[in-house]
Write a protein that binds this ligand. Structure first.
Ligand code: C2E
Ligand code: MG
Ligand code: MG
Length: 879
């Protein structure tokens, strides 16, 4: 009809001429281009009148009927297809007409020209004239065979995907990169403990659920993938489960691009819960780590803890313990998560038929499952140790050696009553097996160590052990810059014992000597027998040579105790060579050589003595011991004397008291200053008898002056801080006061600041002394480290400003201010102020100006004998 823009004559065969005319007019308006379009379109297009008679059609439609348009026009569907299909077409026509608008149908149509089939989407639209009168139906048939096939394929693939997802238990997610909207499948949410209607469909949901430690890494990998920096996306991460724990997730994804610019617009992926796989992996890793620890010989206790922790990690809530069986007792092996109180309570328990799960399993050699500790009779005696710590069930597997001997037990605990499931049961067995490897190895090693590191005859450390310890000590001393001493002991004349009494008796002597050396116990760090009659002692962290010398001396004394050897009394003796690290050597061989040289020197000098490598030290030590000996004798025989130094009232100039100061003149060593002998007396434990003598003599002297008719004088006696803090001092003072009939109010005790500390004991001593009526002065005030605040708690009468300040106060303004401050502060606190060591008039004048109360010093008098005092008191001292 409108082929190639030509209007053909057939048009006039239309029955409805009015319409035909109109159409003709319309069609005339059509350009050849439009006609071409209609015929080029892949769609079938046709026009029917209201009765179903064809008015026109395009080329594609011709193929359907297998007839030319000219043959179609004027005919109806009944002329070309079977009546059933024609009815169907007609019904559709009617439907669209009734509807008054487009009606769409889908149908499979066979094309008459070549017999092929197509699925057509047919749209029938009623046509109206300008008076809105229905004049026909426009039909368009669009081939949707391909589209439907594609849809079908998609549907099938989606169905397969969904089935696959359901099968694999994977969660699905879909992230729209343009608007950050995200889809999370029900399974995705369920994996994290959420319902399908929970969690908003947004990227933030995912971000919030990813473990904070994994988030940055995951986001980087995702960004890299989106940007194309990486080719695939497969990441593992931890995500938070609603219940609070973490879920390990494997996430895989593909990016989808937008056509045509190829920009990624979506990321679609899956989530797989790999928590269980991770748990198994982690367990395998830990297992491998433990095997490595065993292989490289880590200490057993460390491995026991690692085994316990491995099973605790595998079973959340479980606590594990490893007990070793030693001589019928259960000893703590490893229980890193058990409270110390429980471990202590179990440690040392005797194994037995009803001693908890582990005690019973070690006893019977069989597994013991206790479901409820509270009610199980096996726990009756020890449940009180377990229940307070929350333990409710305990399963125990005996740990056995390769020969089947029970070495200990592995215990698993929960804080609720339970019996083991299959996995727990298998793990209990595996844990005990693993522990047995370590325990057996450890026990063998201990035995080997015992054999190699202990001297068989004496039970002391052996020579190899000594060398190992020496090397370690050198290393630690080097690291911490410490000094240590090595004492090389050799018995004197041991050969004689062997030769005359035989080797058995010789061995017996060595054993006895070893027993004596063991007595040093904690005072020394190491005692070993090196060979024959040679022994060695190591003493760590020695700062003072005197300490070493003292040890050597005690050693000589201890060994020289008489002993019975084959029914004869024998007095052994030894010589000792001493070397110091690092002074005499910095490695083992240098040190031993030095000690050996010193030992030789000791033997040369007549045996039964010690010698330092540095001979000067030996001389000093010998002097020191001689000094100690003389002092001891002097104190015992009361050879020490007292001198007295007057103390004057600064305003009246009157002698109001004296300070008693000790003097020791030894016939050989000459005059020895008190600062020296007082310190040694303290060290050798002679300070108490010394103080007692001094106190008695001083008080006796004071009473004697009174009896001579002298005015009442205060007697100040110095007390060592160590003795001052001794509770027995109070008793001693009372005793002395009673014995000498001294007026307590005239006695003053001088103690240095070291004693001024406010602990409870100290406060008590100060107040007890005060109760006796005596006075207390703080000596050398200002030089110690006492806290001034503590003065307010202690009952003190006077402060003696040290002569150091008096010396300097005229030379240095700051010292003067300090003296001034001390005096003011002392006064404000209610103390009398004594200045000691006044040597010049100028010092005296200044102290007067500063309101000091009492003065003492060479300016007035040196310490003098008791006989010289009355004269000074009676005649007065010019000030
Ligand atoms: P201290 O208790 O501070 O005694 C004062 C010391 O200063 C005395 O020395 C005394 O002789 C000396 N001295 C006094 N005036 C002057 C002076 O103007 N110039 C100089 N340069 N020195 C002066 P000494 O007697 O040698 O006593 C020294 C320390 O020995 C005493 O210091 C005291 O801490 C202690 N001491 C003395 N005798 C005894 C005692 O019987 N028992 C105790 N525990 N310690 C005592
Ligand atoms: Mg004094
Ligand atoms: Mg003093």
């Amino acid at each position: 009809m409108y082929r190639n823009g030509e209007v053909t004559a057939q048009v006039w065969s239309f029955r409805d001429f009015t319409l035909a005319e109109r159409l003709q007019k319309e069609l005339y308006k059509e350009t050849s281009f439009r006609v071409a379009i209609l015929n080029t379109l892949p769609d079938l297009i046709w026009l029917k009148d209201t009765q179903g008679v064809y008015l026109a059609c395009n080329d594609r439609f011709e193929d359907f009927f297998g007839a030319k348009e000219i043959e179609i026009i004027g005919k109806s569907d009944y002329d070309f297809v079977d009546s059933e299909l024609a009815d169907f077409f007609r019904a559709h026509d009617k439907k669209s007409m009734e509807k008054g608008g487009p009606s769409v149908n889908e149908e499979w149509i066979s094309f008459a020209n070549d017999g092929h089939k197509e699925l057509l989407e047919t749209t029938k639209t009623p046509l109206y004239d300008h008076q809105k009168k229905l004049i026909g139906i426009l039909g368009i048939g669009h081939d949707i065979t391909e589209r439907r096939a594609a849809e079908e394929r998609l549907r099938e693939s989606e169905e397969r995907l969904s089935l696959a997802m359901r099968g694999t238990n994977d969660g699905l997610w879909d992230w729209n990169l343009v608007n950050d909207e995200a889809y999370y499948s029900p399974r995705w949410k369920e994996m994290l403990g959420y319902q399908n209607d929970e969690l908003p469909n947004h990227l933030e949901t995912w971000k919030q659920l990813v473990h904070a430690e994994d988030r940055d890494r995951v986001l980087k990998e995702v960004t890299d993938y989106i940007n194309g920096s990486s080719d695939s996306l497969e990441i593992e991460m931890r995500m938070h489960h609603k219940a609070g724990h973490d879920v390990h997730v494997l996430s895989r994804a593909i990016r989808l691009f937008q056509e045509p610019d190829g920009k990624p617009v979506r990321l679609v992926g899956t989530h797989v819960d790999i928590t269980e796989r991770k748990r198994v992996e982690r367990h395998d890793e830990r297992n491998a780590e433990i095997l490595e620890m065993i292989a490289i010989g880590r200490p057993a206790a460390e491995i026991y803890d690692a085994i316990a922790l491995m099973y605790e990690a595998r079973h959340p809530g479980m606590r594990c313990s490893l007990l070793e069986l030693h001589k019928g007792r259960l000893l703590h092996g490893g229980a890193p998560s058990m409270p110390k109180a429980y471990c202590d309570a179990v440690h040392g328990l005797e194994f037995g038929p009803d001693i908890g799960s582990c005690g019973t399993s070690t006893y019977t050699g069989h597994r013991v499952i206790v479901e409820n500790i509270e009610t199980d009779p096996k726990w009756a005696t020890i449940k009180d140790a377990a229940l307070p710590h929350g333990m409710r069930c305990c399963w125990s597997e005996p740990i056995k050696s390769s020969t089947g001997k029970v070495l200990g037990a592995f215990g698993m605990y929960y804080d609720y009553p339970a019996t083991p499931n299959e996995e727990e049961s298998n793990d209990l067995k595996a844990a005990a097996r693993l522990a047995s490897i370590v325990m057996e190895r450890d026990q063998n090693q201990k035995r080997i160590h015992q054999l190699a590191y202990t001297d068989e005859l004496t039970g002391l450390a052996s020579r190899p052990h000594f060398f190992q310890s020496l090397d370690e000590l050198i290393k630690t001393s080097k690291r911490h810059q410490r000094r240590f001493s090595l004492l090389y002991i050799d018995l004197d004349n041991f050969k004689n014992v062997n030769d005359t009494l035989g080797h058995d008796v010789g061995d017996q002597l060595l054993k006895m000597i070893a027993k004596r050396l063991k007595k040093f116990g904690r005072d020394v760090d190491f005692v070993a027998r090196l060979s024959g009659d040679e022994f060695c002692i190591l003493m760590d962290d020695v700062s003072d040579d005197y300490i070493t010398a003292n040890l050597a001396k005690r050693c000589l004394e201890l060994i020289a105790q008489p002993l019975e050897l084959s029914s004869r009394w024998h007095t052994p003796a030894c010589s000792i060579g001493i070397a110091h690290y690092p002074d005499d050597g910095t490695d083992a061989s240098q040190l031993l050589k030095a000690a050996d040289t010193s030992l030789y020197a000791a033997k040369e000098h007549g045996k039964n003595r010690f010698a330092f490598y540095n001979q000067e030290l030996t001389r000093k030590a010998e002097y020191r011991f001689q000094f100690e000996q003389y002092l001891r004798e002097a104190i015992e025989s009361e050879q020490l004397t007292l001198v007295y130094q007057p103390q004057l009232h600064l305003t009246t100039g009157q002698v109001i008291g004296v300070e008693a100061l000790s003097r020791w003149h030894h016939p050989v060593m000459g005059q020895i200053p008190p600062t020296e002998f007082i310190q040694v007396a303290e060290q050798i434990g002679m300070i108490k008898p010394l103080t007692k003598t001094i106190l008695c003599n001083a008080c006796r002297q004071a009473v004697s002056w009174q009896q001579q008719g002298l005015p009442l004088l205060r007697m100040s006696v110095n007390i060592s801080p160590s003795h001052f803090l001794d509770e027995q001092l109070v008793t001693l003072i009372d005793q002395v006061l009673k014995e000498t009939e001294m007026d307590p109010t005239l006695l003053e005790l001088e103690v240095t600041e070291t004693a001024v500390q406010t602990d409870r004991k100290n406060i008590a001593i100060f107040s007890q002394l005060k109760e006796s009526g005596i006075q207390i002065a703080i000596d050398d005030f200002g030089t110690g480290y006492s806290s001034i605040a503590s003065l307010k708690h202690l009952k003190v009468d006077s402060l003696k400003i040290d002569k150091y300040f008096i010396n300097d106060m005229l030379l240095d303004k700051k010292t003067q201010y300090l003296v001034n401050t001390m005096i003011e502060m002392g006064h404000n606190l209610g103390h009398t102020i004594v200045a000691e060591g006044i040597e010049t008039k100028a010092q005296l004048e200044l102290l007067k100006r500063l309101n000091c109360d009492t003065a003492q010093g060479y300016l007035f008098s040196r310490p003098v004998s008791a006989e010289a005092i009355p004269k000074l008191v009676v005649n007065g001292i010019p000030t």
